[in-house]
Design a protein around this ligand. Structure first.
Ligand code: FAD
Length: 498
């Protein structure tokens, strides 16, 4: 992680002494004074390295990101966020912003900088009559689903409960209802945003419309979202769950699955997992630890019609377990708890696919079988439906035409050999490269500039740069999949003096 600025005095951490050097005693004094003022101004909490909560607070979901920030501000409202943004800018500190902390790249922490932690901003206001809601960024999608369930409503989002509203919503949002109700950004009506100059504004189709376009897929590049206004849709009971097959016939099963899932009505969204069968009670003991293909389904609509739609996916071979049943939408998240082990190291790569060819499926199965271990989790989603009916230039998420997405992950405790886990991930990734086309910002790890360009086709990227130049020309918000501003110093001086 890059360290832009060093300051503060010496502190003990993990039995080690960390020394941060200010460029002069005077500057250190100024900084300490500024920190004291910050602490007195915010209504939330300022966590410094000396605070007992620091060790837990500095950590994020991906244990590979082992940052030691100089300070963490737990904001509780937009006013706190404004104060913290002004502080980071005035002190020229590296700034990380986090909501649920799930960034695969570990952008939610840093070394020696400031972290703005929004995980305490969890207010949700629901209007059950107009089917709208206002969500604060620190909510998780599991929490949102549970609250909306009470009203028989839902919001298309991701597939894992602990992921934060803030990060997923700014990136796109591909989940259990993507074919029925599109990406999460497709339900977004307005964003309340604190910009780099510490101003709170509202972006919508009518207010800062170009910024609103960029916020729907452009990630955290343009400011800090303090609230999201969304349109809800029906939720209630879904036909959900998973059917597991032995992976001995994985190639045939995947061929048939992709064909059936792509042709199914939009009400059905699906995802396939390729993994070793977990030691769970629903897996027969002799099959635990053996390679399996698990097809996860979520049908929203009339349950008996759903049974008919889902039936062929349950008959692709003799299942070793079939957990598909009607359930409240909020309970479907229990299926993906496997991805929720905080503190583990996670190595991931992801790709979009325009279509599923037999060659692509062969490459996927062959490479997956060559790496599969208890640390492996490979998922393939069939997209399309409502997501694909939005024009590619309507939002900053341009890959509307993509039929498939693969996510390759290896995860393990921090003591495991990182290089070999990464190599296994890369092996599957490389095998799929000839068939891949584009990347999803939400699943990008720390993969470099070229991969960011794969997320945003040229026209989208150039439009995002123009928005960045306008709202964050000095790149205060750079701990993200960064859109680099191109505004020159001369342009900035002119705009400041005019
Ligand atoms: C286990 C797991 C499962 C996932 N499943 C899905 C899925 O099913 N579908 C899907 O679409 N994605 C999924 N993702 C990807 C997920 O959408 C991104 O990782 C997302 O960025 C996580 O959001 P967060 O708030 O939890 O993370 P954070 O680490 O808090 O945020 C990620 C980045 O987003 C920016 N950011 C966060 N909050 C704000 C804010 N309020 N204002 C401005 N910028 C902000 C920052 O740049 C931050 O570094 C998954 C990720 C994981 C780890």
């Amino acid at each position: 992680m890059s360290e832009q600025h060093q300051r503060t005095a010496q502190y003990e951490q993990n039995g080690q002494t960390h020394v941060q050097i200010a460029s002069s005693q005077e500057k250190l004094h100024d900084y300490e004074e500024a920190i004291a003022i910050l602490a007195s101004k915010i209504r939330g909490e300022l966590i410094l390295p000396s605070n007992p909560a620091y060790e837990a607070e500095r950590k994020v979901w991906n244990g590979l990101a082992d940052g030691y920030p100089a300070a963490i501000v737990r904001c509780i409202d937009a006013e706190d966020v404004k104060i913290a943004v002004n502080f980071a800018r005035e002190q020229a500190m590296t700034l990380s912003v986090r909501s649920g902390g799930h960034s695969a790249a570990g952008h939610g922490t840093n070394n020696g900088g400031l972290v703005i932690d929004l995980s305490y901003m969890k207010t949700i206001t629901i209007d059950p009559v107009h089917h709208t809601a206002r969500l604060e960024p620190g909510l998780t999608w599991g929490e949102v689903a549970k609250k909306l369930q009470t009203f028989g409503l839902a919001l298309t989002s991701g597939d894992v409960a602990s992921v934060g509203v803030g990060g997923l919503l700014l990136g796109g949002g591909i989940g259990w209802m993507v074919r029925a109700y599109g990406l999460t950004i497709d339900r977004l009506q307005a964003v309340e945003l604190v910009t780099a100059d510490g101003q709170l504004l509202r972006a919508s189709a009518d207010e800062h419309p170009e910024l609103f376009w960029g916020l729907r897929g452009g990630g955290g590049n343009f400011g800090i979202a303090t609230a999201f206004e969304v349109n809800l849709h029906p939720g209630g009971t879904v036909l959900g769950g998973a059917v597991f097959y032995e992976a001995t016939e994985a190639e045939r099963i995947l061929r048939e699955y992709t064909r059936l899932a792509a042709a199914a009505p939009d009400a059905l969204s699906t995802e396939v997992l390729f993994m070793l069968a977990p030691p769970a009670p629903f897996i027969p003991p002799d099959k635990q630890g053996t390679p399996v293909v698990g097809i996860m389904v979520c049908y929203i609509g009339d349950i008996s019609e759903g049974e008919g739609v889902v039936a062929p996916l349950r008959q692709l071979a003799t299942p070793i377990a079939d957990l598909i049943a009607p359930m409240p939408y909020s309970e479907i998240f229990a299926l993906t708890g496997v991805g929720e082990i905080p503190g583990f190291q996670h190595h991931s790569r992801s790709q979009f696919f325009e279509t599923f060819s037999d060659e692509m499926i062969h490459a996927l199965v062959e490479s997956a079988q060559s790496v599969i271990s208890p640390e492996t989790l490979i998922s393939l989603r069939v997209l399309g439906g409502a997501m694909s009916r939005v024009a590619p230039d309507a939002t900053a998420f341009a890959h509307r035409d993509k039929q498939g997405m693969v996510l390759i992950t290896h995860f393990a405790p921090l003591s495991a050999d990182a290089a070999s886990l990464d190599a296994l991930t890369q092996r599957v990734f490389r095998a799929l490269l000839p068939y891949a086309n584009g990347a999803y910002v939400g699943f990008l790890a720390d993969e470099g500039e070229q991969r960011i360009r794969e997320v945003y086709p040229t026209a989208t990227y150039e439009r995002l740069v123009a928005i960045k130049n306008q709202y964050d020309p000095t790149n205060l918000f750079h701990r993200n999949q960064n859109i680099k501003p191109t505004a020159t110093r001369a342009m900035l001086v002119t705009s400041v003096s005019s």
